[in-house]
Design a protein around this ligand. Structure first.
Ligand SMILES: [Fe+2]
Ligand SMILES: [Fe+2]
Length: 142
């Protein structure tokens, strides 16, 4: 069961804002599915693995060229290659944690902002202190 599936409980009572929320929730629902079934990680993981493999090959080509031509800044240049490889491998390892963090953050946002703060805006829009209150207030644009 996808926790981001649209439900009437998300309605705040403003057609335009509700349509936006429905569209945003649909994207979040898709992201949840792709993270949970591993599609997101597979795709990203696949590209990252190709990047790692090709950059290794490319760095070796460059380093060999620099050695053959006695390039003066060889050591410094090689350290930059190493930094790239180390950082990429570190970030790749963190990917799974990031996917989980993303879902926890999005879940909290839907509950607290959309169902809380946005609903309070609509109470204001339709309330007595709003300039448009009483006259079709629900169709006031953002
Ligand atoms: Fe909103
Ligand atoms: Fe908002």
């Amino acid at each position: 069961m996808n926790p981001f599936t649209w439900d009437e409980k998300y309605l705040v009572g403003h057609p335009e804002i509700d349509a936006d929320h429905r569209a945003l929730l649909r994207m979040t629902e898709e992201l949840y599915d792709q993270i949970k079934d591993g599609t997101a990680q597979d795709r990203l993981g696949g590209v990252l693995a190709r990047l790692a493999s090709y950059s290794k090959f490319h760095f070796e080509t460059e380093e060999s060229l620099m050695r053959r031509t006695a390039y003066r800044d060889y050591d410094q240049h090689r350290r930059e290659h190493e930094r790239f490889t180390t950082t990429m491998s570190h970030l790749t390892k963190r990917m799974e944690d990031i996917a989980d963090d993303l879902l926890v953050f999005l879940g909290g946002w839907v509950d607290e902002h959309t169902c809380g703060a946005d609903r309070r805006v609509m109470e204001h829009v339709k309330g007595p202190e709003s300039p448009g209150s009483g006259t079709n207030a629900s169709s006031i644009g953002a």
